[in-house]
Each structure stands twice: as C-alpha cells, then as structure tokens.
Ligand binder design. Structure first.
Ligand code: CAA
Length: 390
C-alpha cells in the first residue's frame, strides 16, 4: 500500500472579500457567490512566491525521520520563479532535507502536482521504505477587471507519500488523457494567464466525461462504488458542472451522497480561490476536514485532476483506518480565520506590485502584512533569498 501519509496546505494571510469586489466592479455579488461559487480570494503580498508558499505548506508536516527518508522532492507549478533552477531545489534546502535526495519541478498547468504524485507512487514502489514529498504551489493571476479576476487565488499543498500511508492509500489503476488545446496558457513573456473562459469550461467537462467512460470500462467501477469525488476546482461550481450530467441516470440516493460530499470538498476553495496545481488536494483536505460522518475507512474516493493545455487524470484511493486522526483540521481552520481582509485599494496596490525585473530588491520592506514562516527577503546577484521567521 502506497499513498498520502500526511497532507497540509498554506495560503497567504491576506484576502479580498468577493462581495466587496463585486460591488466595487459594479457586478451583482450573486454572480460571484452563486454563479461562480466563490466568497473570498487569497491575494499574496510580494514576499510570498511559489517557493516560500511550498515550504510553508510542507514544513509543519515533516519530522526528523521524514527529512532523512525523503529521497524525492517534486514541485508541480505553472508559476515557477526561474526558467532553469527548480523551486524544489530551494525548498529542499529550506526544509533541511538530506543531501542525497533529488529535487525537481514539473509543469503541465494545474495537473503538475498529480504528475508528481504519480511519480512518487512509482518511486516508492521501486524504493520501499523511502518517502517522497510532493508539493503543488501557485499564484493564479488573470488581471484586474478581467472576467477571470474572480477566479484568481494563491496557495500551496504538500503531501508526504510513503508505504503504509495513514490517510489515503492509492489504487494502481488510473486513466489519463492528453489533447493539445489553447483553453488557458501563459506565454513566457506574460505575468498573467490568457484564457478562453467558455472553451476552458467545455474542455474540462469533456475531459471528465471522456475519462470517466474509459475509467469505468477499465475498472468496472460505477458511481455507486464511490463515497465521494474530489475535483480540481478553478472555482467551486466547475466540478459540479462536470459531474451533474454524468449523475443524471443515477438513483437519488447516489446523487445526493456524491453531491453532499462534493459540497463539503469545496469549502476551502470557496474561501481561497484557484491555487492551480494544489487545487484538487485542497478539495480533498476540505472534504476530510469536514468531519463527514458518512466517511469511513476503506471508502473509495475518486480524484479528478485537470491541467489546461490539456491533461486530465482520474485516479482513486481508499481511506485508511484512523485517517481522521492524522489531519490538520484545526490548524487549517485557524489559518483561514486569522487572515487580514484587504480593502479594494490595498488589494489593487498589492496586485500591481510585481517584482521589477532587476537586481538588488528587498521585498520585505514592501509587505507589512505577511507573517508567514518562510518569505522572500531579497534578490541580490540575481538570486532569490528566503528567510525563516524565528
Ligand atoms: N446571479 C447568479 N448567477 C449569475 C449571475 C447573477 N446575478 N450572473 C451570472 N451568473 C451565473 C451565470 O449564469 C453563470 O452560471 P453557469 O456557468 O452555471 O451558466 C456563472 O454565473 C458565470 O457567469 P458567466 O459565464 O457570464 O461568467 P464570465 O463570462 O464572467 O466568466 C469564467 C466565468 C469563464 C469562469 C471566467 O471567470 C474565467 O475565464 N475564469 C478563468 C478560467 C477558468 O477558471 N476556467 C475553468 C476551466 S479551466 C481549468 O480548470 C484550469 C484552470 O485552473 C484555469
């Protein structure tokens, strides 16, 4: 048995309330809160990037033994901070993982962390007794006053993958699919993503439908075999749009159970926004932290990963006995409760403050809100330097 032994997320401690944003933009707030299904959106200060957020997500779940047993560190991201050096190499150092591990970065839009998880599963199979750290870390940016603005966000997830996992044991069969399309992409010269919004929704829905049919053929599993499905959630309504047409012919009981668990899986995303590579795993944490009494050991959970461009994968795992004792529910909820609500002015100022493309920068002096453990403290000699709060 190989799977997720520990799991955590990090999101910056600054956010914008989306009712406030809707009113300011002259949009009916119901469009954001009901039509899109989002309530709050994480907005990172300039001191948080893919590396610092990834380290902040991973640090709380790793003990000394883990640091000595992790031989593979994979960071999935589509908002990396260097075209050559991996975010994983920085994080490997910040976390003090032993020197004989390999640390790499993977890219395929929001699918990257899932590619990392699959790689970790194979790696542990080949190296029994060892561990792998998988991180998904991103800042989602479409731009102020764009139709994608309400679907931005920022955050990271970290998963420790090992034998005899204490949370979710992964099954071997999964179905993935690739098609080269332009639904969402970001050329190297752009700080914001380009998106064909309607087409991206259609592509996501079509990927889930096509993959589900192939998956149910290969595994001979149907909806009634699953307790819940978690989705990559660019916004909380997206997974439901893909799920509903496929539930049409199911009994009311099955439909109700799957949709009940779906709703529980969307709580964190509703208050954070799209965190790209980490999104699916944020949904999983949201579901597990919800204390759903209907969930018990051995239940099957389906997981649908989608990365524009596009790659999708449907895989599944079994809840492990006692999984509820290994979650960081309280810490997750406290971190969300203790965030600072930005005014519109603060939000727009922070959003526009991108790092200048020059050397000798000390972003710490720019960010009064950030109190995270790891943060970007300077860029000198064209090198990013991170600090850890004592
Ligand atoms: N009250 C209640 N609901 C309202 C409303 C109101 N006053 N006004 C509008 N709505 C509803 C609409 O009916 C619509 O509902 P349905 O989707 O169920 O039909 C919903 O609100 C959204 O309205 P629009 O379609 O008019 O919204 P939009 O054109 O402004 O764009 C969006 C929405 C396409 C999601 C846009 O925000 C966007 O492009 N986001 C980025 C791309 C994205 O997230 N794509 C998702 C799939 S791609 C992916 O998953 C990868 C990834 O992470 C990016």
């Amino acid at each position: 048995m190989i799977g997720i032994d520990k799991i955590n997320f990090f999101t910056p401690n600054t956010y914008i309330d989306l009712v406030t944003l809707a009113k300011h933009r002259g949009i009916d707030p119901d469009k954001f809160t009901i039509g899109i299904g989002q309530a709050k959106m994480a907005v990172p200060t300039i001191t948080q990037d893919t590396v610092s957020m990834g380290a902040n997500a991973a640090f709380p779940i790793l003990d000394k033994e883990d640091l000595n047993k992790i031989d593979l560190v994979v960071v999935g991201t589509e908002t990396g901070i260097d075209e050559s050096k991996s975010a994983a190499s920085f994080i490997h150092q910040l976390l003090n993982i032993h020197p004989f591990a390999k640390a790499i970065e993977i890219k395929q839009a929001c699918y990257g962390a899932t590619a990392g998880l699959m790689m970790a599963q194979d790696f542990i199979k080949a190296h029994p007794g060892r561990k792998a750290l998988v991180i998904g870390s991103d800042i989602s940016r479409y731009g102020l006053k764009t139709s994608g603005e309400v679907t931005q966000g920022a955050g990271a997830i970290a998963m420790l993958v090992s034998e005899n996992p204490r949370i979710l044991a992964l099954e071997d069969t999964s179905v993935s699919m690739t098609e080269s399309i332009f639904d969402f992409w970001r050329p190297n010269y752009s700080d914001t993503a380009i998106v064909d919004g309607k087409f991206s929704n259609e592509a996501y829905i079509n990927f889930f439908k096509t993959i589900w049919h192939e998956f149910s053929k290969q595994t001979e599993l149907s909806f009634e075999d699953f307790k819940a499905f978690c989705f990559h959630l660019p916004y909380t309504k997206m997974g439901k749009k893909a799920l509903l047409p496929l539930l049409e012919n199911e009994s009311d009981e099955i439909k109700e159970l799957i949709l009940h668990h779906y709703n529980l899986s969307t709580t964190y995303t509703r208050d954070i926004g799209n965190i790209y590579t980490g999104s699916l795993y944020l949904s999983l944490m949201s579901l597990l932290d919800s204390d759903a009494h209907s969930l018990k050991d051995n239940d099957l959970i389906g997981l649908f990963s989608y990365g524009s461009g596009a790659v999708g994968e449907l895989f599944y795992g079994r809840l492990v006995k006692g999984f509820e004792n290994h979650l960081l529910k309280k810490e997750h909820q406290t971190s969300l409760e203790n965030r600072y609500a930005l005014s519109i002015d603060e939000y727009e100022t922070i959003f526009n403050k991108v790092l200048p493309k020059e050397d000798g920068i000390h972003p710490l002096s720019e960010a009064k809100f950030d109190n995270s453990l790891f943060y970007l403290s300077s860029i000198t000699n064209h090198q990013r330097h991170y600090s850890k709060r004592q």
